[in-house]
Design a protein around this ligand. Structure first.
Ligand SMILES: [Fe+2]
Length: 370
């Protein structure tokens, strides 16, 4: 048996290696979210069903000429299943830590590195969430950290920076924010737009204190971070323009899509807000680099000019409000049942255990229209 790490697995899929992923979790969990990548064939065969299968049935389903990666919840059952497969003559590897390790796997990409200004994009691969650390000298600002704080703590320590602000671009519904907890740990002010500090369904306010995200710019060294209020995805949804060139779009504009405006269950009203926000963003200079809050296909950065050409939702914002709303209504994905609960967690209205967090956050984010 060859146990193999999520890190090694991620590197191989990034290199485009052709792999066969055998996900042995239950069908319901598989449907909620599974690993997908180019050149990766994914197949669900719950381990609970294996005793009912004949050897010939397994051989009909699984390739002998390809390396098989076996994944379960935590990497224990997959180790047993891998040994079973090896006895049948397969080349198989068990993914260490299973989906739990995959869900909490992060990578970081330097977008720009210089003493005056550095920008790091931190990717939570499984959920498609992006956070950003920008630094100048020993000063830094962090946007949209997710709940696995160690990733951020390691990077902050490695760079030797002191944060002056931790900002959530909005109250997230797809994942649990790490912002408030990290701000306590590092004794750094935590910023949120006040409109987002009220749960849209429960109409209850956040149970913690926060700094009001206003239009007052934040300086990082000599770099100016402007704060733009871009309601639509949420009422307090905010985005950030650094030095008039780097646009941290949060959940307004993504690279290949736009944010969904229906999570507050006021779809038409919020679609109208979204429409005006996107139209305002259309006026950003074409050369501005967009750094979004989520990614869907491979790309995690493009310019405003490029988005004007191929981002359909962004282009639709140039039509009438009626046409835009119609487009939104036709392209809304299902509203995940966990989202109101995740937002309760993010506003401190409930406390969430690690186990509960893993369950709530299963699968990729569904913050964009499709
Ligand atoms: Fe989101």
């Amino acid at each position: 048996m060859n146990p193999y790490s999520v890190d090694a697995f991620k590197k191989e899929i990034d290199q485009g290696k052709s792999l066969f992923l055998l996900d042995i979790r239950g069908l319901e969990d598989f449907k909620k979210g599974h690993i997908e990548a180019k050149n990766l064939t994914t197949h669900n065969l719950p381990y609970a069903d294996w005793p009912t299968l004949e050897k010939t049935q397994i051989e009909a389903l699984l390739p002998k000429d390809q390396e098989i990666v076996v994944v379960c919840y935590r990497g224990r059952t997959s180790a047993i299943a891998t040994a079973d497969l090896e006895k049948l003559g397969y080349r198989a590897n068990s993914l260490q830590g299973g989906m739990q390790a995959w869900d909490s796997y992060y990578s970081e990409t330097p977008i720009l590195v210089s003493p005056e200004l550095s920008i790091y994009q931190i990717t939570r691969v499984a959920k498609g969430c992006l956070s950003y650390l920008m630094t100048s000298g020993k000063e830094g600002v962090l946007i949209d950290p997710t709940r696995h704080l160690q990733t951020y703590l390691n990077l902050i320590e490695k760079l030797g920076v002191r944060l002056k602000a931790i900002i959530d671009s909005h109250a997230h519904a797809d994942h649990l924010s790490g912002g408030k907890e990290l701000s306590k740990k590092l004794e750094v002010p935590y910023f949120l737009h006040p409109y987002d500090a009220i749960h849209p369904k429960d109409l209850l306010p956040a149970t913690f204190s926060y700094n009001i995200l206003s239009k007052e710019p934040i300086l990082i060294g000599k770099n100016k971070l402007e704060i733009l209020h871009v309601p639509g995805h949420t009422l307090g949804n905010s985005a950030f323009l650094l030095n008039n060139h780097y646009f941290f779009s949060g959940d307004s504009l993504f690279i290949d899509s736009i944010a969904r405006p229906d999570l507050g269950e006021r779809t038409k009203e919020w679609a109208a807000l979204h429409y005006h926000s996107l139209r305002a963003l259309w006026h950003l200079p074409d050369e501005v680099t967009v750094l979004p809050g989520h990614f869907y296909q491979q790309s995690t950065t493009k310019t405003i000019g490029e988005l004007k050409i191929f981002n359909e939702g962004f282009i639709q914002s140039q039509n009438s409000l009626e046409e835009f709303t119609d487009y939104i209504l036709k392209h809304l994905p299902e509203h995940p049942a966990e989202y109101p609960e995740i937002k309760r967690g993010n506003l401190g209205l409930i406390s969430v255990t690690e186990e509960e967090a893993n369950r709530l956050e299963q699968g990729k984010n569904a913050c964009a229209i499709t």
